[in-house]
Design a binder for this molecule. Structure first.
Ligand code: ARG
Length: 248
């Protein structure tokens, strides 16, 4: 297991897109936090933030005349960072849950998501459905809905990792029997690597909606984000970015 990314903001250079002219340089730069090991939503490519969420948040804030800086943080540090005010926005494929809504405010949903189960292909006759995995050693990413799900299924018999790819590695190394993680991320990982050693059980465990997080009751920023989301849906930017990362 790799060392945790330090909680200090690791600021990564932002691509030219979205940076507005120096005439506005005195204006606030919104600090966005994201756990960038979640392709195709957010990842680091050639030292720069890339992916659906990263392009979308830049586009959203641009419609509001606002500049953003993208910061790579541990996923379980995002809500505390919003609460502490070290970041303004959490854009990290974060599922809108009741529990999280007690601590932060979410935008309107921007993506329909859900969890899937990944197993080693060699085990396909042993584990045919999620029920076969109850009580087995299961892997997930710390602080995620996947982590909550595996804990419910296997209690203490779970291994949690700083990011999805570390959990996938543990599965490959037979450190656990399955990983529960977000469907598009699991599918992207398998497709990118052409990995035949693992597979996804048919069906989705649930339906989740991703939202953009801001500090609780920051109504002004929440309105900016929601207005921006509406604007990019209307002006075609949302569709363009969606197609680029998810096809169709
Ligand atoms: N959708 C899941 C959740 O909200 C996982 C999100 C993980 N995001 C990330 N960038 N690693 O719990």
């Amino acid at each position: 297991m790799k060392l945790k990314t330090p909680l200090t903001l690791v600021t990564l250079a932002l691509t030219a897109v979205g940076i507005i002219s120096s005439a506005n340089a005195a204006e606030k730069v919104y600090q966005v936090g994201s756990n960038m090991a979640f392709a195709p939503f957010e990842f680091v490519e050639n030292g720069k933030p890339a992916g659906f969420d990263m392009e979308l948040i830049v586009a959203i804030m641009k419609t509001q005349g606002a500049e953003v800086q993208l910061n790579n943080l541990p996923f379980d540090g995002l809500i505390p960072a919003l609460q502490a005010g070290t970041i303004d926005i959490a854009m990290s494929g974060m599922t809108i849950t009741e529990e999280r809504q007690k601590r932060i405010s979410f935008s309107e949903p921007y993506y329909d998501n859900g969890l899937v189960v990944m197993i080693r292909s060699a085990d396909k006759d042993t584990y045919k459905s999620v029920d076969d995995l109850k009580g087995k050693t299961l892997c997930a990413q710390i602080g995620t809905t996947g982590a909550i799900t595996v804990s419910k299924m296997s209690g203490k018999n779970v291994k949690l990792f700083n990011n999805g790819p570390e959990a996938f590695m543990e599965l490959a190394n037979k450190g656990c029997e399955a990983v529960i993680h977000d469907k598009p991320v699991v599918n992207y990982y398998i497709a990118k690597r052409g990995d035949k050693g693992v597979l996804v059980l048919p069906g989705q465990l649930n339906s989740e909606k991703s939202g953009i997080g801001v500090a609780k009751n920051n109504k002004e920023l929440l309105k900016m984000v929601n207005d921006g989301l509406k604007a990019v849906k209307e002006n075609g930017e949302y569709d363009r970015i969606y197609k680029k990362w998810f096809g169709q």
